[in-house]
Design a protein around this ligand. Structure first.
Ligand code: UDP
Ligand code: MG
Length: 362
């Protein structure tokens, strides 16, 4: 029997964990042909999340728990989960029930059909502020313009990937991570599964504006060298502007003589040029800061305690890419899209009485 590892990053999620556990266990019971394990990554929560997870692990040995010794943020928590996941497929899902666990069954059926990466794309985002929706929209449209890879729009980190993809991803160790972009970047056979997003079951968002802004910066500076290249444009434009101004001054000098004291224009030019220079230094600084952190080569996270994880797991797996991938015959028949083409889109329809009814009805 194949196994799916379900990675759940948790940061102060005591209010939702019991419900998440219950719903995801019910949903998993409906998945045929797959065994399941949950890899809960406690991102150094300050509430009772750690105790709740320890209790779940005692009663259910499919529940594996990794406690990080320091809060490292969502993207790194997911990375820790990926390092410990050994399933034939790996699902990444938030603990707050915004991503319905009932959708996992459909994701796995797409993996069975031969896809390697199933991006879950939100068709509805109830309960999100207009500000968040607007910034997300602007952000994706900017990424599309400058990014070297296409990031699937409106897809968070809810995703299902095959074992080869998870193993490949393990080799990517940059400290500033934008996982959804990195997965899109990997290639393989990708598809999109659309679903209706729910509101957060309880508790509040652990992504305040400042964390969102950091993630956005990671997305831009780790996925694209466009900002550093754009300096050349900015320099070109201001140079051109300066040159035109020089020509204008020379011409007016010879035709009408000096007729303005020049103070305004001097200040104007000074501010424009200083602005461009400072902006350029800042952009270069972003990359140098990242080079510095990469050069330090620190571990991405460190683990304080685990539950239900054998001692062999303890040593953090040395990233190793197993490139060889057995091609199943049915893969070739069902998968027609190439990873370079637009990914195929599927739809998971939300039942009229909500996602939770999927498991409880039957
Ligand atoms: N999370 C985490 N570490 C953090 C912040 C968040 O592991 O430092 C987890 C959190 O518990 C949740 C997921 O990341 O499972 C997404 O966070 P949240 O739902 O608060 O983000 P939002 O949906 O509001 O963007
Ligand atoms: Mg959420």
């Amino acid at each position: 029997m194949k196994t799916v590892s379900i990675i759940v990053p948790c940061y102060n999620e005591e209010e939702v964990l019991p419900e998440f556990y219950k719903r995801s266990v019910d949903a998993a019971a409906e998945i045929h042909g797959w065994d399941h394990e949950w890899i809960y990554v406690n991102d150094c929560s300050s509430d009772r999340t750690g105790n709740l997870l320890a209790a779940l692990a005692v009663n259910d040995n499919r529940v594996k728990v990794i406690n990080l010794a320091r809060n490292r943020g969502h993207q790194i928590a997911v990375t820790a989960g990926l390092d410990f996941a050994h399933g034939d497929a790996v699902v990444i899902i938030d603990a707050d029930l915004q991503d319905p666990p009932e959708v996992i069954a459909r994701m796995l059926s797409l993996i069975d059909e031969g896809f390697d990466i199933v991006h879950a794309q939100r068709t509805q985002r109830p309960g999100e502020t207009i500000f968040k929706l607007w910034t997300a929209k602007m952000f994706y449209s900017m990424l599309r313009r400058i990014g070297d890879v296409k990031v699937v729009e409106n897809a968070g980190d809810f995703r299902c990937v095959s074992k080869p993809v998870a193993e490949t991803m393990r080799a990517f160790r940059e400290p500033h991570r934008f996982l959804r972009g990195m997965f899109s970047h990997l290639g393989y056979e990708q598809c999109i599964l659309q679903y209706d997003r729910d509101i957060r079951h309880a508790g509040e968002s652990k992504y305040p504006f400042i964390k969102m802004a950091k993630l956005a910066a990671d997305a831009v500076f780790s996925m694209s060298s466009a900002p550093i290249r754009s300096i050349l444009w900015a320099a070109g434009i201001t140079w051109g502007f300066g040159l035109l101004y020089l020509m204008y001054s020379v011409i007016t000098y010879f035709t009408v003589g000096i007729n303005e004291p020049g103070w305004t224009s001097a200040v104007f030019l000074l501010t424009v040029y200083t602005g461009v220079i400072l902006m350029s230094i800042a952009v270069v600084g972003q990359y140098i800061g990242r080079i510095f952190e990469q050069g330090q080569d620190r571990p991405l996270y460190w683990v304080s305690k685990t539950h239900n994880i054998e001692s062999g797991h303890f040593e953090q797996p040395i990233p190793e890419v197993k490139l060889a991938r057995k091609t199943r015959v049915e893969d070739q028949e069902t998968v027609t899209s190439s990873s370079m083409a637009e990914p195929k889109v599927f739809v998971a329809k939300r039942p009229a009485d909500g996602w939770a009814s999927v498991a409880s009805d039957s």
